[in-house]
Design a protein around this ligand. Structure first.
Ligand code: OAD
Ligand code: ZN
Length: 245
């Protein structure tokens, strides 16, 4: 049986000029990427793999672990949830995708306005001076290569615990959240800040917010709409219900 959506939500989506979407690891789960709470770190801990202290302690281990994650992405494909978000643009909706994911799958699916809050597995930068990595950095599979500017190590350009979000990405995300007509929070446990504050900022600005997740989150009770289920199913069904053939 087809899922029932609140008619008012469908109306709002149909009329929306600008939709902002916050995505988390759950959006990529159906592509086979483990969520952070579902095994992403493998046998390691976030302290070892996702802090500056962990990198200083064992730069080669960390560099190679991210390299493996990056190489795995070659065989990872967007799922119907990613494609549905990209299709919103084809419907003439301006869709700002604010993602906490570092896998590049929204771009692979065709979304053109993607804000990466937590960086990307596909880029590297200097650990000290933050200069962008020179071409060919991906070839280094033993230890992090040196920065061409200052000689320090290169590191993955992902945001680690205790680090600030890229300021431009954050400013753009906040603006989009407060200026859009409809906000979706999809596949995120809503536990890591400041990202988890974006749906709350949208609500404060008077924007209706819909959560798509198979589970409850700390923000579920505050949501305008709650769509329970995997995003790879819910999003295509939502588009089909909004724009029936
Ligand atoms: P989590 O792993 O914390 O949460 C994943 C969320 O996805 C949970 O709420 C699941 O219920 C939901 N989920 C699972 N399968 C799903 C599906 N098929 N469709 C929709 N939702 C599904 O991941 P995030 O909330 O993204 O930060 O984590 C946020 C940040 O914490 C990450 O970006 C990372 C992590 O530490 C950094 O590394 C800086
Ligand atoms: Zn440097």
């Amino acid at each position: 049986m087809a899922r029932a959506f609140a008619p008012e939500l469908l109306e709002r989506l149909r009329a929306a000029k600008h939709v902002a979407v916050l995505t988390g690891a759950g959006v990529s789960a159906e592509s086979g990427v483990p969520t952070f709470q579902g095994g992403f770190w493998g046998k390691y801990s976030p302290e070892e793999m996702a802090t500056a202290a962990g990198f200083r302690k064992n730069p080669s281990l960390v560099w190679n672990w991210y390299g493996e994650r990056r190489r795995e992405l070659a065989n990872v494909h967007p799922n119907p949830g990613h494609y549905a978000l990209a299709q919103l643009e084809q419907r003439g909706v301006r869709c700002t995708v604010i993602t906490q994911n570092i896998d590049g799958l929204h771009q692979k699916a065709g979304s053109t306005r993607v804000i990466e809050l937590h960086g990307s597995l596909l880029r590297a930068k200097c650990f000290s001076c933050e200069a962008a990595a020179p071409a060919g950095w991906e070839q280094a599979t033993q230890s992090p290569p040196p920065c061409a500017v200052c000689g320090s190590w290169l590191r993955p350009e992902v945001v680690w615990y205790g680090e600030n979000l890229p300021p431009k990405a954050w400013d753009e995300a906040l603006d989009a959240s407060c200026e859009c007509d409809l906000f979706f929070s999809i596949g995120t446990a809503s536990q890591v800040y400041p990202a988890a504050s974006l749906p709350q900022e949208a609500l404060r600005a008077g924007v209706p917010v819909a959560e798509i997740n198979p589970d409850y989150t700390p923000l579920t009770a505050a949501m305008t709409y709650v769509l329970r289920g995997p995003s790879g199913q819910v999003l295509p069904e939502l588009l089909a219900a909004t724009w029936p053939k």
